[in-house]
Design a protein around this ligand. Structure first.
Ligand code: HEC
Ligand code: HEC
Length: 351
């Protein structure tokens, strides 16, 4: 019986090998027939994946400890329209939770209908940047927070007046005392708002689950997109590191705004903007400092033709010759960087 079985096995193997040989490579007849059936390790995919890392926890400055009470106070201030000159605009007017902490508009509409020159960016993960704003003119969230309050086109509120106004609201006096053991000051307002913003993070995206080992967390299309991101499309030359931003400034060929130049006065910086991080990007269109690209597909198509025209355009931008299929894959990858956007309710405001 035993020898019969062996004979049959040999016979089958011989037939199998013969079939293989007639089909294709006669050069590898010694190959085990079962080898072709095993799932192959996609070396390109693994190499691409190794270029990414999780975002990690947000850094907190030594002089502004993050406490629950401070975050709660920051959340009240964030939603409070009394922070603006006409008591009609709050931070949430332009950075609304329901619109991915942005406003969904191409460019912002500010004080008394002022037509803003730039797109309201999302505040999701804004705590991870070394410098804030499209042109990086603020060195921290604390420094950033008092910007829009005073900007004529945004909330148009004198800081001194605001401190007086909030100091006349007993509920706020009590809150500031509880959190800071101090009065209402501009500094404390900024610290509380910045603390709230440090809790608006998107770190656990489908892509992060994939990085952590869940092979099925993202689609096959997104995996192809990840390969393109580090390879043919070389997005990673700027969107690199844990935040998928190099914290640097580049010109993508968009005209009409001097960008970083306003901060440095250096001709080479004309039209340069900070590389945005990409986690949560699926939730925050329209895109770019001028909101000129409505969808992620528009963004990828813009890169595919090598960007726009500007004397300072980065040499890193070249036509990519991506096929329609590849554009689709890159978009799927960007979408896999979406995640649960923190939900916060409009709090009850102090009286
Ligand atoms: C009228 C609309 C408007 C209001 C109100 C507003 N912002 Fe903004 N915000 C913007 C725009 C537009 C930008 C980008 C401006 C730029 O880069 O030049 C911005 C940028 C930011 C950034 C920088 C994000 C980054 O990627 O670096 C943060 C953080 C921010 N705002 C928080 C706030 C806070 C906090 C308040 C309330 C105190 C506030 N904003 C009020 C429109 C607004
Ligand atoms: C030369 C550096 C560079 C390269 C290469 C690059 N980007 Fe960007 N990216 C930027 C900068 C800078 C901005 C912001 C530009 C602006 O607002 O004018 C940006 C903006 C974006 C945005 C919009 C984000 C937002 O919040 O509005 C997306 C999405 C994006 N890039 C994806 C990609 C993809 C996908 C690739 C590869 C095909 C890529 N980038 C290649 C530097 C780069």
């Amino acid at each position: 019986m035993k020898s019969m079985k062996l004979l049959l096995t040999l016979l089958f193997s011989a037939m199998f090998l013969a079939a293989c040989n007639t089909k294709e490579d006669a050069a590898a007849p010694e190959k085990e027939p079962t080898a072709t059936e095993e799932p192959e390790v996609d070396a390109e995919l693994e190499a691409a994946k190794a270029k990414f890392e999780p975002l990690g926890v947000v850094a907190v400055p030594a002089d502004n400890e993050l406490t629950d009470e401070k975050v709660d106070l920051g959340q009240m201030l964030y939603f409070d329209e009394r922070l603006s000159g006409n008591n009609k605009l709050s931070c949430a007017s332009c950075h609304a939770p329901a619109a991915g902490y942005a406003d969904g508009l191409q460019k912002f509409i500010g004080f008394e209908g002022f037509n803003g020159p730039r797109n309201s960016p999302s505040i999701i993960n804004s705590a991870y940047y070394k410098e804030n704003f499209w042109d990086g003119r603020a060195g921290s969230l604390e420094e950033q927070a008092v910007g829009p309050i005073q900007a004529e086109g945004e909330m148009n509120q004198n800081l001194g007046d605001l401190v007086t106004e909030l100091s006349a609201i007993p509920g706020y006096v009590e809150e500031f005392n509880k959190v800071f053991n101090d009065k209402v000051t501009a500094d404390n307002i900024a610290k509380a708002i910045a603390s709230f913003e440090r809790t608006i993070v998107v770190t656990d995206t489908a892509f992060d689950k994939y990085l952590a080992g869940d092979e099925n967390a993202i689609s096959a299309d997104a995996k192809e997109g990840m390969k393109l991101f580090v390879g043919k499309a070389s997005c990673i030359s700027c969107h690199a590191g844990p935040l998928l931003s190099d914290h640097n400034y580049h010109n993508l060929g968009m005209d009409g705004d001097d960008g970083r130049f306003a901060v440095t006065n250096n001709e080479n910086d004309k039209g340069k903007f900070r590389t945005p991080g990409l986690r949560g990007v699926a939730h925050t269109g329209p895109y770019m400092h001028d909101g000129s690209l409505a969808t992620l597909e528009d963004v990828v198509n813009y890169y595919n033709v090598g960007g726009g025209v500007h004397p300072n355009k980065s040499e890193l931008l070249q036509p990519l010759s991506l096929t329609d299929e590849e554009v689709k894959h890159l978009v799927a990858f960007l979408e896999s960087l979406g995640g649960e956007v923190p939900e916060v309710e409009e709090p009850e405001l102090p009286l």
